[in-house]
Design a protein around this ligand. Structure first.
Ligand SMILES: [Zn+2]
Length: 193
């Protein structure tokens, strides 16, 4: 579907971190491929002076999601580590709202809405009604962020050319589930610039 970006729109870039891209501790296959399209969206939103938020996993060494603590994942995105940094080619503007999540050992926080500083408050302060969501990984943090956005009453656009799954089948299911609930899929070519 064609969409114009206007006042009331915001971009949410989910977890585009070194550890989720090839060479990282918990890499999504082709995870780095989301960076060029996301940079296009970022440029477009920034030029239009629209708000941009970006989230990061930011875990302590004993985080509940790590295998050593009984969780499903290898250690990743350790606070202050290189792997927790944004992918080096991601071009976020200086006024990006940065969200850190999973900061406490006993909180998973797949959704950017569960991190801080508070994403929902940032969106409300900017009179946002529609959010455009992309990043890593499709079936975990993108899905949960988009779901929370729907639950908070935002219109949600999924950037179909700007997320990657850990598992392709799970990624497809996650997207199908979000579309069923009213999220709208689009690609950069669908934007009326
Ligand atoms: Zn994590």
């Amino acid at each position: 579907m064609r969409a114009s970006i206007t006042g009331g729109d915001a971009l949410i870039v989910v977890d585009v971190q070194s550890d989720f891209t090839p060479g990282g501790a918990l890499a999504a296959p082709d995870g780095d491929k989301v960076v060029p399209p996301l940079n296009e969206y970022i440029t477009h939103f920034h030029r239009a002076e629209l708000p941009i938020a970006a989230s990061r996993d930011w875990h302590p060494e004993d985080h509940m999601s790590f295998e050593g603590e009984g969780g499903p994942w290898p250690p990743h995105c350790l606070q202050g580590s290189q792997g927790a940094e944004y992918h080096p080619d991601l071009e976020l503007p200086a006024d990006t709202h940065h969200v850190k999540k999973g900061r406490d050992a006993d909180e998973e926080d797949y959704s950017a809405f569960e991190g801080g500083p508070d994403l929902d408050a940032f969106l409300q302060d900017n009179d946002v009604e529609r959010v455009f969501v992309g990043g890593l990984t499709t079936e975990y943090c993108v899905k949960n962020t988009a779901q929370d956005a729907l639950d908070h009453g935002y219109d949600v656009f999924l950037l179909m050319d700007a997320f990657k799954p850990v598992d392709p089948d799970d990624g497809e299911q996650a997207i199908a589930h979000l579309l069923e609930q009213g999220a709208i899929g689009l690609t950069f070519d669908d934007l009326v610039l």
